[in-house]
Design a protein around this ligand. Structure first.
Ligand code: ADP
Ligand code: 5GP
Length: 198
């Protein structure tokens, strides 16, 4: 994986429903330099999702074929479906843009193995489990069974917070966004204006 000189990679992970998608979209809207990594998945699209924009929706057969051909930097099985990040799209995007990844802790571990990456890892949590459940219900994009599965994965997900550089509580959306914005911009500055060692 070869970076454009100043381009960075930002990983946002959280238990499902905390607000990753909302925040990654806000970053992309505000900063033209950031592109959201569009993952491949075998899950079915939600009513508001567009193929090629939110995900590349593919069959399990095709996904397993791509695994065999080593086309992913990382992939994981989550809630009975595969999700993965294609090498091809990351390699071409990073030459010209910063990238935000909305991926889980398993994928983050796999990306962390590439020691040459300018990768900053942020983990989001909700202020409590009740709020998380409310958001999953309010999003209204999952069946009751899917909501239960996602909610139950919370305890496993948060065990992995220590793999991340920052943990942020997404309570008030604007203030959470500002914190993330400031972390990312500071990180990016490091590569745009490298420190001269004395
Ligand atoms: P994720 O991508 O982490 O699964 P989403 O971004 O889809 O989560 O957010 C889940 C739901 O919570 C959405 O309906 C979103 O509008 C809402 N949401 C996100 N952040 C906040 C917040 N700070 N306060 C209240 N609701 C929020
Ligand atoms: P959802 O089905 O709600 O869109 O996503 C479910 C979970 O899959 C979220 O935790 C999301 O971060 C994760 N995810 C999405 N794309 C990828 C990916 O390419 N790789 C990995 N490891 N996780 C992903």
């Amino acid at each position: 994986m070869a970076h454009g000189a100043q381009n960075i990679m930002v990983v946002l992970s959280s238990p499902s429903g905390v607000g990753k998608t909302t925040i990654t979209k806000k970053i992309q809207q505000k900063y033209q330099s950031f592109k959201i990594s569009v993952s491949h998945t075998t899950r079915t699209p939600r009513s508001n999702e567009v193929d090629g924009v939110d995900y590349h929706f593919i069959s399990r057969f095709k996904f397993e074929e791509l695994i065999k051909k080593e086309k992913f930097y990382e992939y994981a099985k989550i809630f009975d479906n595969y999700y993965g990040t294609s090498k091809q799209s990351v390699d071409s995007t990073i030459k010209t843009n910063d990238i935000i990844f909305d991926i889980d802790w398993q994928g983050t571990k796999q990306l962390s193995k590439f020691k040459n990456l300018k990768l900053i890892k942020i983990f989001l949590i909700a202020k409590n489990k009740e709020e998380l459940k409310n958001r999953l219900i309010k999003r209204n994009q999952n069946t009751k069974l899917e909501i239960d599965k996602r909610f139950k994965s919370f305890d496993e997900d948060i065990k992995h917070w220590s793999d991340y550089d920052y943990i942020i509580i997404n309570d008030n959306l604007d203030s959470c966004f500002k914190q993330i914005e400031s972390i990312i911009l500071n990180y990016k500055k490091k590569f745009t204006f490298p420190q001269i060692s004395q």
